[in-house]
Every structure is written in C-alpha cells, then in structure tokens.
Design a protein around this ligand. Sequence first.
Ligand SMILES: *[C@@H]1O[C@H](CO)[C@@H](O)[C@H](O)[C@H]1NC(C)=O
Ligand SMILES: *[C@@H]1O[C@H](CO)[C@@H](O)[C@H](O)[C@H]1NC(C)=O
Ligand SMILES: *[C@@H]1O[C@H](CO)[C@@H](O)[C@H](O)[C@H]1NC(C)=O
Ligand SMILES: *[C@@H]1O[C@H](CO)[C@@H](O)[C@H](O)[C@H]1NC(C)=O
Ligand SMILES: *[C@@H]1O[C@H](CO)[C@@H](O)[C@H](O)[C@H]1NC(C)=O
Ligand SMILES: *[C@@H]1O[C@H](CO)[C@@H](O)[C@H](O)[C@H]1NC(C)=O
Ligand SMILES: *[C@@H]1O[C@H](CO)[C@@H](O)[C@H](O)[C@H]1NC(C)=O
Length: 645
Amino acid sequence: MKCLRWRSNRHRFYMFFACASLFLLCKHYSSPNEKIDEEDEYLNAVDEHEKEKKVECEPPGAVESKCTVDNGKAMRCWKDEEEVYFPTSYLKKRFDMTGKLGKDGSTFELYTSYAKMRTPESTYEPLGPFGHFATYSVETRDRVRCISAKTNVPMSTQWDPTPYYYPIQIAQYGLQHYSRIKIGLFTNSSLKIQYFSLDSNSNKTEDKREVLVGVKSNEWKGAAGMHETTERLFFNDEEKGKVVNISAGCLLIFIIKIIDDSFSDALANAGAYVYLDKSPDLHVVSFDWKPYDGNASFTVLAKMKQDDLLVLINYVFSEGNGKCVWQEEERSYDDDTIVQKPKKDGQVSYSYSYTGSSQYGEWSNVTRDILVDVSRALSSGDNRKKDDNVILHPGDIRLVSLGFRGQLTVRQQINQRVEQHSHAFRSAADWMIQNQDKKGGWAVPVERSIADRKLVLEPGWHSAMAQGHGISVLTRAYKHFNDTKYLLSAMKALELFKTNSSEGGVRAEFFGNVWYEEYPTTPGSFVLNGFLYSLIGLYDLSKLEVPVAEIDENIRMKIKEAQQLYSAGIRSLKQLLPLYDTGSGTIYDLRHVALGTAPNLARWDYHAVHVYLLKWISGIENDEFLSKTADRWIGYAYGKRAKHN
Ligand SMILES: *[C@@H]1O[C@H](CO)[C@@H](O)[C@H](O)[C@H]1NC(C)=O
Ligand SMILES: *[C@@H]1O[C@H](CO)[C@@H](O)[C@H](O)[C@H]1NC(C)=O
Ligand SMILES: *[C@@H]1O[C@H](CO)[C@@H](O)[C@H](O)[C@H]1NC(C)=O
Ligand SMILES: *[C@@H]1O[C@H](CO)[C@@H](O)[C@H](O)[C@H]1NC(C)=O
Ligand SMILES: *[C@@H]1O[C@H](CO)[C@@H](O)[C@H](O)[C@H]1NC(C)=O
Ligand SMILES: *[C@@H]1O[C@H](CO)[C@@H](O)[C@H](O)[C@H]1NC(C)=O
Ligand SMILES: *[C@@H]1O[C@H](CO)[C@@H](O)[C@H](O)[C@H]1NC(C)=O
C-alpha cells in the first residue's frame, strides 16, 4: 500500500499518515458524552461511522528516528532529507483534527470539524418551517424511549432511566412535524427522505395517500380455535356510521400461544382482527374506537422484512410500572413465575401503556406510527446501550393485521397513511397546554447537574429554551388550528422570562446584560444556543398577527412584552457574543466566568448549531456584525484561526 503525504504550508513539514496505527475518527460519537442535549441534532448529521484501520507502511525514503513532543515526551517519527513525519493519531489529538481514508484506501482527507456547517436557506418566517427541523427525527433519537400511547408525545430517558416528559424534546417533536407539513417532507420506501416540491398554488400541505380497511363486514375476522367466544355485531352508529361491536372474551396478551411458526396461528387467538394493507409506505394506522373497560386492548402485528420476525405491538390499559413500552413476559402457569422469553418461535411481543388516553364507554381516536412504535419497542430493554438504538425506515416492516380484544366498539374504517405530521404537531401543542404550570412554564421533572455537579437544578426547574420552543409551537398551532387557546398559552409562557433564575424563572444578568437561561443555575451558566433558541420563540410571538375580531388589550400587551424581551435579548447578544469566540472555535457557555473554571469549549456539532442560529438571527435582524461573526465561525470549522499578535 502506498503511503500518503500531506503538505502543511504553515508548518513546513509533512505529516505522515498511517504508519503508526491510524485510528480514524468518529470515536467522538460513540463515546458517551454527558452534555448531549436536545439541540444537538447535528450528531445525526455527521458522516457515517468510520472503522479503525491499521495501515502498515513507512514514508518512502524516510528513516525512523527519535523525536520528542510537547515538553520532552518521546514520540516515534520518521525523517528524510526534507521533512519530519509524525503519526496521525498524535497530530489528530494535538490539533483537534478529523480525517478519513478514501474508499479505496489510497487517499486521505483531513479536516478540522467533523460537523457539517449549515446556514438557513431562506429568511425566517415566524409561521414557516422552524429552521431545518423538518430533517430532525426526534422519535428515533436513542434517548427517546417511546412516543407515549397516552399522550402521543415522546418520553425521554436522557437524565433518568424512568421515562419522563422533557418539554424541549416534546416541543422539538411538534416543530419537526409542523416543519414537515410546511415544506412537504415525507418519507417513502424507495428514498429515506423525499421532498415533494409543493406547488404554492395548491393547498396540498400533507401527503394524503391513504387507504381504508375494514369497511366491509367480511373483512372482520373472528378468532377461531381455542376461544370461540369472539362475537362481532355490525350496526350503524348515529355518530360514526358503520361500526362493529366486539366481544372477544377475556384473552390476555401473554397467553397468546403460538402453535407453530405461521402467523395465521398467531392471529387465531387475536380476538377480532382485520388484515392491513401491505404497502410499506402506509405505516400510520388510525381509527375510532370505544373501549368499555380496562380489559379492552388492540394489537398491531407487523413482520420484519429482514428476518421475518413477527412483532406484536399491544396497546393496553396498564401502567406498565412507569415504562412506556415493555416486552411482554410470558407467564408459566406451572409454578406461577414470570419469565422473560424474548423471541419465541420467531415472534416477539411488546406493550405500550395506553392508560389515560381514553375514557371507558367514550369514543376516541387512535393514531399511531407503527414504524416508530416497532423501532422503539425493539430498542427497549432494561440494560440497553446507545448502540442498541434501532432505527427503521419505510419498507423495513410490513403491517399484517390489527386485532381487538375485550368489550369494545370500533368504527369500520381503519385508516392507513404515510405520515401523521398534523396529529403529532397537535399532540405536542396540546401537551404544552395541558402541562403548563401556574408560572406559565413547562417544568422539567428530573434533576439536571452541570459542571461536575457544581451547578445543580432540582427537579421542577424551568428552561428558557423550553419556554421559547413552547411559544414557537403554540403560535404556530394558534394559526394552524385557528384556536385561541394556543395563543393564550403562548402568552402565559412569557412570565418566566421576567423572573430571575434565583426566583424560579429563567432570567439572569451578565454584567448588566439580560440573559435567558437554558439552565437557570445560580450563578448563571449563560449557555449560548439555548439563549438563541429562546430569542426565536420571543420573536415568533412578537410578530404574531391576531385578527381584529380576536385581539384585546391583554393580547396586545403580551405581544408588546414579547417584543421588548426579544429586543433586550438582542442587545445582550450583540454585547456578549465576542465572549464566546476563542479565535479558533466557540465556547458553549460562560461557566468559566461564573465558576472560575476552565472554559467549556463547544464541540464541533455545537459549534455548527451556534453558526446556524447566529445566521438565523442575523437574517432576522439584518445585522452585519452578527452575520460577519457567523462567517468567521464558519471559517474556524475549515481550519482558519484568528491572527495572533
Ligand atoms: C417514492 O419516491 C420515489 C421518488 O420520488 C417515487 O419515484 C416513487 O414512486 C415513490 N414510491 C411510492 C410507493 O410512492
Ligand atoms: C387555497 O386556500 C385558500 C384559503 O383557504 C383559497 O382562497 C384558495 O383558493 C386555495 N387555493 C387553491 C389553489 O385551492
Ligand atoms: C355494543 O356493546 C356495548 C357494550 O357491551 C353495549 O352496551 C351495546 O348495547 C352494544 N350495541 C349493540 C347494538 O348491541
Ligand atoms: C380518527 O380516525 C379516523 C379513521 O377512522 C380518521 O379518518 C379520522 O381522521 C381520525 N380523526 C381525527 C380527529 O384524527
Ligand atoms: C376485566 O374483566 C373482569 C371480568 O369481567 C373484571 O372483573 C375486571 O374488572 C376487568 N378489568 C378491568 C381493568 O377493567
Ligand atoms: C377561525 O375561527 C373563528 C372563530 O372560531 C372564525 O370566525 C374564523 O372564520 C376562523 N378563521 C378561519 C381562517 O378559518
Ligand atoms: C433580579 O435580578 C436583578 C439583577 O440581578 C436585580 O436587579 C433585581 O432586583 C432582581 N429581581 C428580583 C425580584 O429579585
């Protein structure tokens, strides 16, 4: 194999790649990192993982010699007449670089930042897509345990092993789906992500491809075999039209017994069921049902394309010990013990806790993205690691059937669709309303500690980023669903921006400049990206146009207040921004000032977030200082550095 050399103009020597074992990068991503927060979707945007490669070779014509580096440390190196060569593994660390071998192994690319630098594609519209959030995938983040079947919003396990609601994550879930509605971003089986160019003259904002199943009565099959109790009674409901009353005995999920491997047998005891459409794109299932008691449940049966594994996803009235999805245990009746049997006869069964989303004896609508539910189920398990995160794409599963058990009525119209953006967006916005506390905030129910526990936020803390994101969701929901309840909630969210951190609010000051704290610690931490996101939220409310018929003095006052809070934040930004600039990168927060510790340098994906947000806000403000700063920061990612004296 040929050796590769690379001339560094500045240092006037060749770096020698490869002779020592050459560890190629991206180890950054797999190492657990304490401060991975909700804003760093850039982790997903990074190039695919590289494998460690060992390349045995020496620089042609060079001889190994003894070198020392950094105050006398011995280091292997090679010399020829002109140059000195050092191992990349050392140079990488020493100069914070990244690189990778080309596919055929004969080229090597060296770069400073492993994160992609992006800037907004157009000027920001307060009711438009939220940045590039349309490309987010909140539901498949490894720290997202599941999309709750109770609330239809994500639950996190980032800072606590018991799933909890993290307001920032829920808001981002809502903004992601809203942005997809706005730009028409949908997935289909032949492409992971597909952009439909939306004709601005048409009002098509969602992919309407859908099918209805179960409309004909003979599509509803009754379980045969062991339990002959399954009854189906078809009739017309005044409100819902054609419906079916199902009375499927008292079959509990864990006694589904598979007689042989074929799924028709699995279905034999599935209560009453309908076969679903097999199109891989149509993985969102929705229907209306009326369960009569806590024994009612439904199950979607899906088949993995890769290995034909049958996955049963049950939705049950059970708290599941606080888990939002769990693997079903199989009860052995001989000795009354419960044993976990993961993959029995090519099938595996998981349950989602549905408790609370439905009143017994009342109609409710169920909408689930089965692709997401299967991926979260397969990623569950008590000792899961980050690498266990299963991400599925359309085409990876095929839906087989939807079955019902217990006493219930179902509308004879099971809807299968490509996406559920509007439903997800509404679920997030409704969660924001239902979970807003007296202070107008969305409290985080788990402890957060930063700077080696020097700064600790007790459960129940508020975040300016959650408040800002919440406002961004709610102003959009107000316009999208034409419902003032969302506007009123957005207005309430302002209150904490006026309350000091020490008083449970999110407001801090840095040498007389106001700051909205992502983590409202005392002393302040002054996290840059969370502050910038909170400004976007304030801007969204400040620009909201409310029809004359709806506006009143209170609304007018709150919109003005949002304007003032936003302007004060922008003034601070212009004052304090230079403090985040190291001359070769950026700083995540100002804890080094507050605590007198070493600065907390932003790793490259956060640096990319800084750049994007700064460009976003400089576009809104049409401000040259902000824009030039962002340009300089982009330069840092390509190896540029500020001059020294
Ligand atoms: C998926 O997208 C591709 C590219 O736009 C398109 O050609 C194909 O027909 C789509 N597939 C389905 C099933 O809609
Ligand atoms: C889109 O919707 C608006 C308002 O609902 C309507 O005035 C307009 O005619 C619609 N455009 C098209 C092409 O359907
Ligand atoms: C359907 O089932 C419910 C609950 O068992 C019952 O109250 C109702 O009368 C049934 N409807 C018909 C038309 O039988
Ligand atoms: C509820 O489910 C039905 C399918 O039966 C669907 O057509 C309808 O749009 C859903 N309703 C809501 C409010 O989501
Ligand atoms: C399930 O059905 C049984 C028998 O009808 C009843 O006693 C029990 O209360 C039901 N369970 C729930 C959770 O409703
Ligand atoms: C929004 O709702 C109000 C009152 O509910 C109604 O008067 C108005 O026409 C609606 N606007 C649109 C665009 O649908
Ligand atoms: C909030 O903090 C500012 C600046 O530190 C201080 O001037 C003000 O009095 C504080 N307000 C309250 C209510 O404590």
